[in-house]
Design a protein around this ligand. Structure first.
Ligand code: ARG
Length: 461
């Protein structure tokens, strides 16, 4: 069945049929298609374009089809059509006969597919947000359990300054929260009804678009029929939100891959999310994290694919736009799967607090605390930095750790040092000087943890 046969006399080449079909992908829209059609039939009846009896018959057919599809996960097996919209119309005709032929009065697949795409984006952003909240919840509870654990913070992957593990985890809380709010923004902008736009110019049938918007759960009616039939911004925005969230997940995965490697040993990953080697018996590999990191690539690719597809398309609809489905579905699916995997990996990973604590101290990450203590006592920072650097150098040469230093050693090293400054050989002391808002001081972090919990709570509502 073709929706557009009248103008043609020649046969279509099956090669082209196969090349151009989108049913294999957009069948995922089937419930949206049925829902939009049902609401649209109502609108046509209200506009007296359809007789109540015709509308009733079509409506009953659409309802029956919905039940059939919902009751049978394999409904699409063995089916074929140009696209899901064609399939619904053809199947409806088989169910209710001629009445089905009035279904598409005053509408086009252009406003139809735009409507279904927006419904999908709205649902996908919502379910991705839920998955994000679940991950954020796992991060916050890990941070609470290990509220006092210290680890070296890194720059250039070189030990930099001691920070609280909770503070480190809350950094990811911030990143993933922004991802959540990006998804919400995307949903708010996508929340406009295209139906009524027709192919591009606006339908000539007097349907009540405001009522139709309400019926389909859209916040408002799209203001311009040319724009809304040519626009794929909701897809682009969702893809960008997915790509950036994947980037955050990938950096988090990389951290955990490093921290769980034997050289670091801060964290042990659960066996359930690790794999072994077919050759090397001792291996335990972080494949779950590597796959999260790896899937990042294809999601970035999806964003790029849509951009390149849309670039330079003349107004309004062009068939190129059908190519939005694969990146859209794939990016949302990959992010959804990655968020879930990240959550279970976080929940099951075990932190060995003594290891990062020792690394924070023995890596001389406390050197800045010594320099800052000197500066607070009046030594110009230039000199303070130099003194602390010399102390580190002589310790490294002598194989001396921070814990090997006594107050007497310290005051003997340079007259600027006081006995009291020896406390900064312990990372916990330096942390206490970082109580600034947003800093890694214990009180600041505990406040940040409470705030994060409150934000999560309001998010869940
Ligand atoms: N399968 C098409 C798509 O996803 C539906 C719209 C077709 N419209 C058209 N004018 N050929 O883009």
């Amino acid at each position: 069945m073709k929706l557009w046969g009248g103008r043609f006399s020649g046969r279509r080449d099956p090669l082209f049929e196969k090349f151009s079909e989108s049913f294999s992908l957009d069948q995922r829209f089937v419930l949206y298609d049925l829902r939009v059609n049902l609401a649209y039939v109502k609108a046509l009846a209200e506009a007296r374009v359809l007789q109540p009896r015709e509308a009733g018959r079509i409506g009953a057919g659409l309802e029956a089809l919905r039940r059939e599809v919902q009751g049978n996960p394999g409904w699409a097996n063995g089916q074929s059509a140009e696209d899901v919209h064609t399939w619904v119309e053809a199947t409806l005709e088989r169910l209710v006969g001629d009445a089905a032929r009035k279904l598409r009065t005053g509408r086009s697949r252009n406003d139809l597919v735009a409507t279904e795409m927006r419904l999908y984006v709205k649902d996908a952003t919502l379910s991705l947000e839920r998955a994000l909240v679940a991950l954020l919840t796992a991060l916050v509870s890990k941070a609470q359990v290990h509220a006092h654990v210290v680890l070296p913070g890194y720059t250039h992957l070189q030990p930099a300054q001691p920070i609280l593990f909770a503070h480190y985890l809350l950094a990811y809380f911030e990143m993933f929260s922004r991802d959540g709010s990006r998804l919400r923004d995307c949903r708010v902008r996508a929340d406009e009804l295209p139906m009524g736009a027709g192919a591009l110019a606006g339908t000539t049938f007097p349907i009540n678009r405001e009522r139709l918007a309400k019926e389909l759960g859209f916040a408002r009616v799209a203001r311009n029929s040319v724009d809304v039939t040519s626009d794929r911004d909701p897809v682009a925005e969702l893809l960008f939100a997915c790509a950036l969230c994947m980037l955050h997940l990938s950096r988090w995965a990389e951290d955990l891959i490093i921290y769980s490697s034997p050289g670091f040993g801060f964290v042990e990953l659960a066996d359930a999310y690790s794999t072994g080697s077919s050759l090397m018996p001792q291996k335990k590999n972080p494949d779950s994290l590597e796959l999260i990191r790896g899937k990042c690539g294809r999601v970035f690719g999806s964003l790029n694919a849509l951009f390149v597809t849309m670039k330079g398309l003349p107004m309004t609809y062009n068939r190129d736009m059908q190519e939005d489905k694969e990146p859209l579905f794939d990016a949302a699916d990959q992010l959804d799967g990655s968020l879930e995997m990240a959550r279970v990996v976080v929940e099951s990973a075990k932190l060995n607090p003594a290891v990062p604590a020792a690394a924070a101290e023995e890596s001389w990450a406390i050197a800045t605390d010594l320099a800052d203590a000197l500066a607070r006592a009046g030594t110009p920072f230039h000199r303070a930095h130099q003194l602390a650097g010399q102390l580190v150098l002589s310790s490294l040469r002598a194989g001396k750790k921070p814990a090997d230093w006594t107050a007497e050693d310290l005051t003997a090293f340079a007259p600027e040092f006081t006995a009291e400054m020896a406390r900064y050989f312990r990372p916990a002391e330096g942390l206490k000087t970082r109580e600034i808002t947003g800093g890694s001081g214990p009180a600041a972090v505990s406040k940040a943890l409470d705030a994060a919990e409150a934000r999560l709570e309001s998010w869940r509502r």
